[in-house]
Design a protein around this ligand. Sequence first.
Ligand SMILES: [Cu+2]
Length: 509
Amino acid sequence: MKRKVIGSIAIVILLLIGGVVFLNSPFNSSGDKTLPEGVKQGDLSILEVNAQEPKERPVKTFNLTAEESEWEISEGKKVNAWTYNGTVPGEPLRVTEGDYIKINLKNELDVPVTIHWHGMLLPNKMDGVPGLTQNAVQPGKSFTYEFIANDAGTYWYHSHQHSSKQVDKGLYGSLVIEEKEKEYKKEQSFILDEWAVYQEKRDITNMGGMMKGAMNGNGEADTEQMYDTFTVNGKSGDAVEPFIIKEGETARLRFVNAGYQQHLLAFPKDAMRVIEIDGEKVKNPDGTSNVLEIAPGERIDVAYTRQSGEPTVIRETGGENADGALIPVVSSEGENPVESKQSTSSTSSDVATGTSFGSEEVIFNEEPEPDVTYDMELNMGMDMGEGVAFQINDQVFPNTPPIDVKEGDIVKVNITNSGNMNHPMHLHGHRFQVASINGKKYDSPIVKDLIHVKPGEAYTIYFKADNKGEWLFHCHDNNHADRGMVTIIDYKGVYSPFSLGGEYNNQPN
Ligand SMILES: [Cu+2]
């Protein structure tokens, strides 16, 4: 009798589990006319909001093929890379503000890919996040991205499918939106990255390295363990292409950090002035810094003036892999750059970072009254069976609490890093204003889409919910994102018709 009761309970439990599995399965919502779970009658699909058309705009079309390539990082050091059009970085894309861009992505890899347009304010369905804004583009298949290139500035593109691996393997490139009237005639883009060339990439679950890093306290312990070679535009050390500029000339240098480690570049003294950060022009009260710190995912543009006619080198400072990241500066091709006596020593006061300057144009003239406030605590934890987890409010994606907004809301996010690793948090589809650090208000706030939150730091940011859709807010150390540090800006009244996993293997991190 007792046994029979237990048997019945077991059957009920199995039925319950079966029901839950069914509700969560992608087959529940695909193909039939029932709305996905949690979607209300009258809600719009993200495919139906904020569409853009070229109208009278010039249309610029590009073709990018994701393909496998053997890539030479330095003489004799080849890596198996995944590329857009055969090179690392992929083909540079350059348009003029106001253009309408069309990019045809063809996937010739044997894994699915996408393209995310980092920093671009565009319609949600063009954001390139598999399982949220589209299905991952399958091997042999194509997808066309199209949007208006509205704001001049430095941007970049990269795959957002399994991005921890795919960006690591080279699926990235620069996107420059030029001003109609250019201030600098001469310019060059530099994408920084790091690779594991000499060793198998060590597993992030290496707790020994983490503990060591926790003690050395620069917040970069995990990435320092994992990578051994720094690159500039896909090349390392002697293989980096020299930058040609004459004495007295000034050029705009556009830096993008496509890696997962912060990079510190030392310039000859008084040669560099920061002019733009994350696509926003900055006010520059002084130009005394000669070291530039660029966080993973961040873009920083500088005006660089060649002082003496002597060849020189802009180079990474500090860190055991620093030798790889350098830019020889010469007057003509074939010239041999010699190391000048520039000061590569730095104190924290002369390092320019992504928050050292205020923006020329701000979103809010004074601190606004928020409609939504979200406290975001970043920390590290243990995941049963998975090792280290990187958490938002003690949860890993997709279980992290979303930021629920409705169109028009002013959203305040208090971000606190309670762990001992750096977290460059990147918001898709919006720009935010950084109002304060550790409770201290900025006199001259900056507008960005990525904030590098170091251990013990707390930032308050504000943004306007003015771009309906489902948008990621995640750590751009994609290894951290892969292990959970991701949440979603979830607009009321819209839903994503896509789902994670499933037959398309949608895996955004
Ligand atoms: Cu992180």
